[in-house]
Design a protein around this ligand. Sequence first.
Ligand code: URA
Length: 206
Amino acid sequence: MDSWDKFRREGPEKSKEESMSELKKEIENCRKCDLFKTRRNPLVGDGSIYSRVMLVGESPGYYEDIQNKAFVGEAGKILDVLLVDLKREDIYITNVLKCHPPRNHNPNRQEIDSCIGYLYRQMGIIKPKIIVSLGKYATDEIFKKFGLPFSRISELHGKMFHANAEFGKIIIFPSFHPAVACYRSEMIDILKRDFKRLRGLINGEY
Ligand code: URA
C-alpha cells in the first residue's frame, strides 16, 4: 500500500500526543491481568515522547504507584546519579509492566504477556533511536522482540546491539537494573561505567 492509499484508507496519521493519550486511556482501563485489582495508578511513562532515548525498567514500585511517576523511589535516586547531565525530561522512561506488583514480586509470564503490547505500541509512537533496557526482565523482552539472543544480563550489559524496528534502525543498550545497587553496593561502579558509555552513545561519541 503506498502512502496515498494509506491516507485514503486510514485518514491522516495521528499525532504522537493523540496516539499516546489514546494508549494512556487504554492502560488506565486495563484489566488484562490481576494487577489492576491492587495497583493505585497505572504508570504509562514519563518524559518526552519526542526523545531519541527510551529507558525501560521492570515495573512501578510502591512509591511510583502512589506518585504515578517513574523511578521516584530508592532505584530512582540511583538512576538520577547515573544520568548525571542527562535530564529526565529529555528522555522517555517506562516499564515492562505498567502496574505495581504487590510486594514488588518479579513480573510473571501472564503479567508480562498481558502488558508487553503496550510497551511495543509506545515504541511505535515514540520511535526511539536508542532503547536502554534496565535489568533482565526488560532486556529479555526487548531482545525477544527484536530477534536478538538473550544470554545473561551480566554478559550483555554495557554493550550496543543493533536491531531493525518497523520505524528504522535502533540500538538496544542493556544495563543492570539500578535497584541492584541498593542491595549490592559494589554494583554502582559497574552501573556508572555502563551509563558513562550510554551518555557517550547518546552524545554521538560512538
Ligand atoms: N523500578 C522500575 O523498574 N521502574 C520504576 O519505575 C521504579 C522502580
